[in-house]
Design a binder for this molecule. Sequence first.
Ligand SMILES: *[C@@H]1O[C@H](CO)[C@@H](O)[C@H](O)[C@H]1NC(C)=O
Ligand SMILES: *[C@@H]1O[C@H](CO)[C@@H](O)[C@H](O)[C@H]1NC(C)=O
Ligand SMILES: *[C@@H]1O[C@H](CO)[C@@H](O)[C@H](O)[C@H]1NC(C)=O
Ligand SMILES: *[C@@H]1O[C@H](CO)[C@@H](O)[C@H](O)[C@H]1NC(C)=O
Ligand SMILES: *[C@@H]1O[C@H](CO)[C@@H](O)[C@H](O)[C@H]1NC(C)=O
Ligand SMILES: *[C@@H]1O[C@H](CO)[C@@H](O)[C@H](O)[C@H]1NC(C)=O
Ligand SMILES: *[C@@H]1O[C@H](CO)[C@@H](O)[C@H](O)[C@H]1NC(C)=O
Length: 918
Amino acid sequence: MAGEFRCNWAWLSLLWFVSVSVFAIQEADGKSIVLAREKNSTHHKQARRKLDDVGGSIDIDCGLLDVLGYTDNKTEIPYKTDSEYIDTGEDREISIEFISENLERTYRNVRSFPEGKRNCYTLRHPEGRNTVYLLRASFLYGNYDGLDQPPKFDLYIGVNKWDTITFDNASQIVIKEILHVPPMDVVHVCLLKTDKGTPFISALQMRHLHNSIYTNKSQTLALYKRLDFGSTTNEIVRFEEDAYDRIWLPYNLPHCKSLSTGLNIDSLNNAYRLPSTVMRTAVTPTNGSDPLEVQFDTGDPISKFYVYMHFAEIEELLENEQREFNITLNGKLLDGSLNYVVLRYLDLTKTIHNPQPITGPNLWFSLNKKENSTLPPILNAMEIYFEKDSYQEPTDQEDVNAIMDIKKAYTIKSWQGDPCAPMSFSWDRLDCSFNGYHAPRIIKLDLSSSNLSGTISESFSMLKSLENLDLSNNGFTGSFPDFFIHLQHLKTLNLSGNKLSGEIPLPLKERSDNGSLLLSVDGNPDLCQQAPCKEDKSTFPLHAVIAIISSLVLFIVLCILVRIIWRRKYSKKPVHLTANQPVTSHEEVVLKSSNTQFTYSQIVDITNNFEKMIGKGGSGTVYHGSLSDDTQVAVKLLSSAESCRQFQTEAELLMRVHHRNLASFLGYCNEGGHTAIIYEFMAYGNLEKCLSGSMKKLSSWKNRIQIAVDAAQGLEYLHHGCKPPIVHRDVKTSNILLNEKMQAKVADFGFSKSFSTESESHISTGVIGTFGYLDPDYYSSYRLTEKSDVYSFGIVLLELITGQRAIIKGQENTHIVNWATPFVERGDLRQIVDSRLQGDFDFGSVWKAVEAAIACVSPTSIQRPTMSYIVPELKESLEMELAREQKSRDSYGKKLKSNSSFDTHVVDLEAASGPEAR
Ligand SMILES: *[C@@H]1O[C@H](CO)[C@@H](O)[C@H](O)[C@H]1NC(C)=O
Ligand SMILES: *[C@@H]1O[C@H](CO)[C@@H](O)[C@H](O)[C@H]1NC(C)=O
Ligand SMILES: *[C@@H]1O[C@H](CO)[C@@H](O)[C@H](O)[C@H]1NC(C)=O
Ligand SMILES: *[C@@H]1O[C@H](CO)[C@@H](O)[C@H](O)[C@H]1NC(C)=O
Ligand SMILES: *[C@@H]1O[C@H](CO)[C@@H](O)[C@H](O)[C@H]1NC(C)=O
Ligand SMILES: *[C@@H]1O[C@H](CO)[C@@H](O)[C@H](O)[C@H]1NC(C)=O
Ligand SMILES: *[C@@H]1O[C@H](CO)[C@@H](O)[C@H](O)[C@H]1NC(C)=O
């Protein structure tokens, strides 16, 4: 990511819409994963509610740039970016050839970790420690680094190994899932480098499971298989069907047939809360007298496996029919206390699991029909987990808290995850004591020569087991901290080479004197090492002289600086604009310096006795005219004396403001009660008219986005190029004029009001503006800021995109924002884009514009971006469209007929005193 990234609200809002837009464009879904979607909405709502109930679920799309995340439109899982969970690594995108319509959006980008041996996500779930969580890490390499070499690395949960991540190929999605009871309130998920490439991650999820259904507090269970038998759709089932967002893979067995029912299998009474979609299909042996057999070759003779089999009778049994069977695993009854499973139609779902773990490289399940049972066994779903050893305790919590405070105070980024464990991955610059299964403690910390400054954090004294502390050769200031006396085990303390002052606390001195503490404090010039520590006369003169001289020098430098700043500030005044000077005296005085002053009879001449009216607005009528040199102009004749004040404002402003995207002012008339302004003539008139007509040039997206860029630049100039800034206050399509080159200029400063940045905003007495474009925030608060223009510009932008009016006339008049927002939120671009564009545009380009527009029309002004942010966004949008045209030109070798000669960098307008109108 080149360029600066300024994370303020403007970007936030923009990025949010980036995210909305991107997910909307692609038809997202898993590559090998096609998600099932149950159409029954009541069921949806139930599932939805359950996940909402859980609260605090963490869904991270790793490496996502959009700060505000997005909601996956298939799974409806709201993904967040990972910025608040990790501060190392790089955002990367997978190679384009791996992106397909079915690929879930979360796989499109990854966070990769070229730096550091261990990089950790820090997850903090509101439910805290000692309760069960489902954690899921997903990986798709997708040749994001262009090396075409999938890496191999280790995944850790806390201080214990979770799994090794390997890939068969670049397009394989690897998902690891674990049920974990964290011993601490935070969970670290770490990627550890082995020597085979750079670790990366695509997505990370953490969910709270309400019941300790699968594990009791002492176990961590990793998922081996989770299978949905007899699936008729062959689709994966997960959230929202599954309230806990377990992922069920379809699975079918040889010599078996599928059974299914259309009925809803309600599992709400079963603690496992099995999704109906999974439970309403099952397998049964094709030959009714055969057993139902399932085998897995785990290749793992050591691990302890736990099996959960889920059953629901989905066939309507006749009076004399029954289904009874036993379940054996490697020849032994799965649940020793249970001889036979009996299923009844539409009874509650049943889950059978083994209380004692099973080990063995083969798991051979057999479901055997009881002799006098009339029906063969069935199996609806099954889960197998295996226990993960978690023998390593994490570092002592108090030590962790203290060292995290230190990490924060001095921003040490390389410190990640648990400080001590696993042993070979302890943080650099510290040593720990490992004492059997007990929590490791930090015993040594060496932060020497680390460019640290400020005072010494008291958190150092919270590392209660600390034996060696080296803070030498930094820039620590302040008086010698006395909290070190609390470190009972301290054997060496090195504070030399700092700028500490004051004196050494007596207890430390004693320990140093009796040899139990090795204390080094040399090289702290202001530190008193020898009692008594009052004013030491012998060193006084030198210190005093130095101090006096340096303060004198400092004072003089300060004086000079203040003078310079003072001069700059006050000599700057009339660069190109004069500040809010009252226009009290004669207009003539104010307008003396004007370009041209016309008499009323000249105006009559120019307009040929007001022959051709080209516009009528609230403040006056606009006529077409031509000067003696045949330059075409627009003459705005102000209607009433009441407008005189407006006239002054407008004339004054127009004279001072020159920009190629602002309508030029050619002269004025102020004679005998007649007030008129002469503008450049704009051949195509105003944008409102052009948009409502069937103008061919506006059926090109390129032209529209170019107009948006032009208008935005004009406004940006008013807001940020003028001193004091100018708020237009009446931005609307009818105030955006188009010249013969379709170049847009912002016009009509009649209601403009310059305001000074010092007061930031202006409380005005009356709200001025046009219905539909009016900033709701301004309307309710009377606080006028440039953001009011930004809002209105957002409306203009929406009109350009949609071709609709600000107020969409119909049975109920709908505001364009209310109309467009639902579609935008759903990512439904097609519904809003003007059909006159005939779909002939770059999707990304239009989305960028939509994002910008929606950001502009945020209800609260503080959430809106400034025009300075909007302009580059729109330019980028324009570039995307131009690139598309270029591409289609290249690929078809066709010379595109360029029906307009746009140039973003047109010559300065001041020279272009050509005739225009308004
Ligand atoms: C998801 O987005 C795609 C592309 O915009 C769209 O076709 C599809 O209908 C959306 N699905 C849902 C459920 O909204
Ligand atoms: C949803 O399921 C309920 C109960 O199973 C059923 O009554 C209802 O008709 C279903 N609705 C739809 C739209 O299928
Ligand atoms: C990649 O590996 C997966 C899992 O082994 C396999 O299903 C898939 O077919 C492979 N894809 C390619 C393109 O080789
Ligand atoms: C938890 O599981 C372990 C391992 O299976 C077992 O030894 C222990 O008794 C269980 N504790 C409870 C409270 O169920
Ligand atoms: C079913 O299996 C039994 C015993 O294995 C066998 O005798 C019978 O012929 C089989 N029936 C069919 C239809 O294959
Ligand atoms: C399971 O049931 C079958 C059929 O009834 C029987 O032959 C077998 O001995 C049973 N297995 C166990 C371990 O009870
Ligand atoms: C099956 O056997 C059990 C006892 O083993 C008996 O209670 C039940 O009635 C029998 N059912 C049939 C249909 O014979």
